[in-house]
Design a protein around this ligand. Sequence first.
Ligand SMILES: [Zn+2]
Length: 453
Amino acid sequence: MTTARWLAEYAWLPEHAEPTPDVLIEVEDGRIAAVTPLTPGSRPPAGVEVYADAVPLPGLTVPGLANGHSHAFHRALRGRTHGGRGDFWTWRDQMYAVADRLDPDTYLALARAVYAEMALAGITCVGEFHYLHHRPDGGAYDDPNAMGAALVEAAAHAGIRLTLLDTCYLTSSVDGRPLTGPQRRFGDGDAARWAERAAAFQPADPHARVGAAVHSVRAVPADQLHTVADWARERQAPLHVHLSEQPAENDECRAVHGRSPTGLLAEHGVLGPHTTAVHATHPTSADLSVLADSRTAVCLCPTTERDLADGIGPARLMADAGIRLSLGSDSHAVIDLFEEARAVELDERLRTRRRGHFAPLDLLKAASVAGHATLGWADAGRIAVGARADLVTVRLDSARTAGVPPVGAFFAAGAADVEQVVVDGRVVVAEGRHLTVDVPAELSSAIEAVTPA
Ligand SMILES: [Zn+2]
């Protein structure tokens, strides 16, 4: 049995409005075995036997953060798409140029560096919305799941958990036009063949699990949606879907099917308690009721939505309807769950010109326990007995956080303030450095290998 004892200067415990000072956290075999808040002010003097072997954790320790929505290869586009005007659709063409250049080896190198960047940011689990399945011409690799296997291996190298959301992507428009050009490698032909390939991928690694995704109502014909939904339901696996990211998607869906994307997904069995709608930036009020009644969760990606000029999702209305909110860095314009979390509140302020929509605890939960749940790791994201020992310690003495009360960390700290990260009881980041990956060097070489000159 491996054990560790940490003495957190502050730890954010479940359902506490504010962090608690002086918390002894004991870990055994990757799980939290005991959580003992010491009496305020009773921090033991050095040498007191009962705490003598506890390693001090200066700063604020929060549960592991979950990145609910990732396309690892989009990281190669950071800073390269700002040269002109345009919108989501022009950005997408640049993204396809990178997608065209990836193979299992270059994707392993890129994803390993990206997931290690996530570890540095306090992310202990990622949901990879994976649709780069095949060769650029659409033909299968010798192992038809070679790209998914590369992502699982990349997460292992980076020391974080991964839910591979194997994405069904069959058509290029709501009215069923075929995939062309760089999209060809996304497709399996039909949902039955997608299901067959996805079922064949069963990684035994304890850090990984497999879920499913419907890319969007653009990419899966209505009469095949149930195949993906049934596949996930039979396995009680997470099911994710891009939803109403663009007004154009809503318009096309109404024109072709006479209902909103949310209505179409509901009709074909895609929504439910194991389903997460990603973005949901442009829902109607009727859509929100459907999402809430079906207990579908929502994953907001605020830094991507602002980067792509997508709009602001109605986060407060969703929360009021009882919809669980989680967070993702999606296109990785930024990998910083603190930034995603505060954007939920700050975007709402811009929309309403009022402050104070979400409490700090709400933001923490969206960034941690709610995200883990949407990825199928219900035992993670809380500093509580029995939970996975994912502990993220944030400095409160950096230039950004000095003088900030611990409860204000989500409005002041960023990824650069993460000092230590423990995943399943294992230290992955110490003193702000990844223990096994030279993140800046590996990012730059991996990106250089896949970006057009
Ligand atoms: Zn996405």
